[in-house]
Design a protein around this ligand. Structure first.
Ligand SMILES: Nc1ncnc2c1ncn2[C@@H]1O[C@H](COP(=O)(O)OP(=O)(O)OP(=O)(O)O)[C@@H](O)[C@H]1O
Ligand SMILES: [Mg+2]
Length: 374
């Protein structure tokens, strides 16, 4: 190793934190109407009543989590009465885990040991809410992680009906779903839907100009002037649009500047971006694959195998192959294919000149998908 490799103290970053995935940007535009709707729904809580329930829907990287974190920070600044509780359902996805997080938020103490019964935990949470005269606003982020074995019903039922057993307990709920094929209201039991009645807040994908403004803001904040020229920023924007996820763009900025740093250059070149893109573009893939069910993962694996074997990839012939190793009907199979299409895992196109035959093309290298699946 060259002696000065770690000693080199010239960095291109003013603040590299700005490019981390969990960074909450100060400047947060293009989501005013969503913030406003959520705030209106939360407002009754500030006056001591139950907040209205909401569902936030939108593809990955459309600012749902950030919007909620911003709103929650504002609520915490303005009132001690309404307590926002943020739950990441990728991590906490059982009724017990979620109430443990609520307990932790209310008491600032570690969650009770897992030996505690749910009833005890629930009673403790309700007692604090009543004794301190609080209202809760619970955000279940990435609530699609609760769809397995209908855990969502148990969680929502307990939260929504907690006032029945405990007069004076008021809890509002925000659920967040980034899978556009999931219709949460179809997934929940009638006894939940009759009291849930959320208003839906949609987060549309950002357009080119919006992506450009957001990324250019990050560059200004996180890098020294001149590191990314306007032409290079355009290239990053173009690649971000191609991937469909703002996160790719943010990661791309970081990686390409690190590439330039590594070569001891003061500005990013096209090649830095192209090399960085080879890694950054899979941010979407790895995050998407994580959200798939076991069946969906199996189908994706089959698609990878067929693509590598250069097999016929019409929707019909892929189904014939799938049937050999999975017990599945055509309707369910095609639903999954359409879901992959909407998640941008594959393209589904009509084959020219052959009527309505549809052809499947993976958008990612099958080897790379297989790696991630493993
Ligand atoms: N309007 C915006 N201005 C600045 N940065 C933004 C904006 N919207 C999103 N971002 C940034 O883009 C990244 C993705 O945003 P966020 O995590 O809020 O998306 P999401 O909709 O919750 O995605 P997912 O469904 O994958 O969880 C974050 O790093 C966030 O800081
Ligand atoms: Mg999110």
């Amino acid at each position: 190793m060259k002696k000065d490799l770690l000693m080199w103290d010239e960095t291109l970053f003013r603040d590299i934190e700005v490019f981390e995935t969990d960074y909450i940007p100060e400047q947060f535009n293009f989501r005013d109407s969503q913030v406003r709707e959520l705030a209106i729904n939360a407002r009754p809580g500030i006056m001591g009543a139950r907040p209205l329930n909401s569902i936030c829907r939108g593809l990955p990287g459309t600012g749902k989590t950030t919007t909620i974190k911003k709103l929650f920070a504002q609520i915490e600044e303005q009132t001690k009465k309404l307590i926002p509780v943020y739950i990441n359902c990728q991590i906490d996805n059982t009724k017990f885990a979620i109430f443990s997080q609520i307990y932790k938020r209310l008491t600032k103490r570690p969650p009770p040991a897992s030996g505690t019964s749910f009833k005890n935990l629930f009673d403790m949470v309700c007692k604090i809410i009543k004794d301190e005269n609080l209202v809760l606003l619970v955000c279940l982020d990435d609530a699609n992680y609760l769809l397995y074995e209908k855990e969502i019903n148990k969680v929502l039922y307990t939260l929504l009906r907690s006032h029945e057993a405990n007069e004076g307990v008021r809890i509002g709920i925000i659920t967040v779903i980034s899978d556009m094929t999931v219709d949460l209201m179809q997934e929940v039991d009638q006894r939940v839907s009759s009291v849930f009645r959320p208003s839906e807040i949609y987060f549309p994908p950002y357009g080119t100009d919006e992506i450009k403004e957001i990324l250019s803001e990050r560059v200004m904040q996180g890098m020294y002037p001149g590191v990314i020229s306007s032409a290079m920023l355009d290239l990053v924007v173009e690649q971000t649009m191609k991937s469909g996820d703002l996160r790719v763009g943010i990661d791309l900025l970081k990686r390409s500047a690190l590439n330039a740093e590594m070569d001891a250059r003061k500005e990013v070149k096209k090649d830095d971006i192209c090399r960085a893109y080879l890694i950054s573009k899979y941010i979407h893939l790895s995050q998407t694959v994580k959200t798939l069910s076991a069946d969906e993962k199996s189908l994706l694996k089959i698609l990878c195998g067929l693509t590598k074997d250069k097999s016929d990839m019409t929707a019909g012939s892929v189904f014939e192959e799938t049937k050999k190793s999975m017990k599945i009907g055509y309707t369910r199979y095609y639903e999954m294919i359409k879901k992959f299409d909407s998640m941008r895992l594959l393209n589904l196109n009509y084959r020219e000149g052959k009527g309505r035959t549809r052809v499947i093309t993976l958008r990612y290298d099958p080897d790379r998908i297989t790696d991630i699946l493993q």
